[in-house]
Design a protein around this ligand. Structure first.
Ligand SMILES: NC(=O)c1ccc[n+]([C@@H]2O[C@H](COP(=O)([O-])OP(=O)(O)OC[C@H]3O[C@@H](n4cnc5c(N)ncnc54)[C@H](OP(=O)(O)O)[C@@H]3O)[C@@H](O)[C@H]2O)c1
Length: 318
């Protein structure tokens, strides 16, 4: 859309950043049921933008957006925004929850079940046209511990219960009695929870308090034989401590979607460890339709002066 045509529409100017901003605009307009006044990064009017919908990685170079009052990110994690000047005091930042909880639960239970059922053995037998029966394992009765019982952790807890698991989840704040009855635990109970868990899923947001959260001491506190799943951020884990822990069976197995260095180098020691499954940061891939949906829900609230959904708390760090 040319800036002149945009101006004729009235309303806020929305900067759209995405690999295909035109396609993103069409998704937004379909849900709005009308035209959006929008611009691309390289458009002459982009400095006028009061709203920035960032559906992907933000550009490396800082942007000059003096009118900016609201940033909406298509991602669930927000750590990159804490180092960016565009998120200045008085500018709001909202994030996307959308279908990330459902997708992440599918990922975590997909890989946990693949391991419990020994899907790799089934694939080997199919390849060899073999027929050797075994008794598949089960998740039922196993103890699941979710570290970071937020929007995604809550969905994981529900899926765990559906598979008959005993579920606990660590939060930053002390849980209420009702939350405690649903399995939520405060940070002071972490060590005891680690010791009794069979499966530990890391879902902490990356903040100054959670950077390198997974130290040697925390891996040592894990019960022998447990499985560790990381779908949070790679930098929450001391990977040397994780490798040392794997050698001692604490954890006995790791399913890792995120790493300190991404892409994970081909010769990285974690790639050579048979006790580790590696995926390339795909646990929660957002589609353009889902991200547009979450943005439009908030845009309607923004226009109506209503509270925005999933606003990031600068002081809390997530
Ligand atoms: N791998 C992927 O593809 C992928 C995709 C999407 C998201 N993610 C990651 O998943 C993270 C979680 O997303 P979410 O939507 O569930 O976040 P969320 O709703 O903000 O929940 C965060 C949870 O972590 C807890 N927490 C924060 N700091 C803590 C600390 N220091 N100690 C103990 N607990 C702490 C919070 O406690 P309170 O309840 O007390 O606030 C809350 O329960 C994201 O930040 C992102 O890094 C990864």
């Amino acid at each position: 859309m040319s800036p002149a045509r945009g101006a004729a529409l009235g309303g806020e100017m929305v900067l759209l950043t995405h690999a295909d901003p035109g396609a993103l605009a069409r998704e937004v307009e379909t849900r709005l049921g009308g035209k959006l006044r929008w611009c691309r990064l390289d458009a002459p009017g982009s400095a006028e933008a009061s709203v920035w919908f960032c559906a992907g990685p933000p550009p490396e170079a800082p942007l000059r957006l003096p009118e900016l009052s609201w940033i909406h990110t298509g991602w669930a994690g927000v750590e990159t925004w804490f180092g960016r000047d565009e998120w200045k005091p008085g500018t709001r930042l909202t994030r996307t929850v959308g279908d990330y909880p459902a997708r992440m639960a599918e990922y975590v239970f997909g890989y946990l079940l693949a391991r419990a059922l020994d899907v790799p053995e089934a694939l080997r037998q199919m390849e060899a046209r073999a027929w050797r029966r075994w008794i598949p394992g089960s998740l039922a009765g196993r103890r699941l511990l979710v570290i970071g019982m937020g929007s995604i952790g809550g969905a994981l807890a529900g899926a765990g219960r559906a598979f008959g698991m005993e579920v606990e989840g660590i939060r930053r704040s002390e849980p209420t009695a009702a939350e405690r009855a649903a399995g939520a635990r405060g940070p002071g109970e972490l060590e005891a929870c680690l010791a009794r868990a069979d499966v530990i899923v890391n879902l902490l947001p990356l903040t100054p308090q959670t950077a390198s959260f997974w130290t040697s001491a925390r891996f040592a506190a894990i019960g022998k034989g447990a499985t560790f799943v990381n779908v949070s951020r790679g930098t929450t884990v001391d990977e040397d401590a994780l490798r040392a822990g794997l050698r001692r069976g604490k954890p006995a197995f790791a399913i890792l979607d995120v790493f300190r260095e991404e892409p994970l180098p081909p010769d990285h020691p974690l790639r050579r460890d048979p006790r580790v499954w590696v995926t390339p940061h795909i646990a929660g891939m957002g589609t353009i339709a889902m991200m547009a949906d979450a943005f439009v829900q908030n845009l309607l609230r923004y226009r109506a002066g209503e509270p925005l959904l999933h606003e990031v708390d600068r002081a809390r760090g997530y």
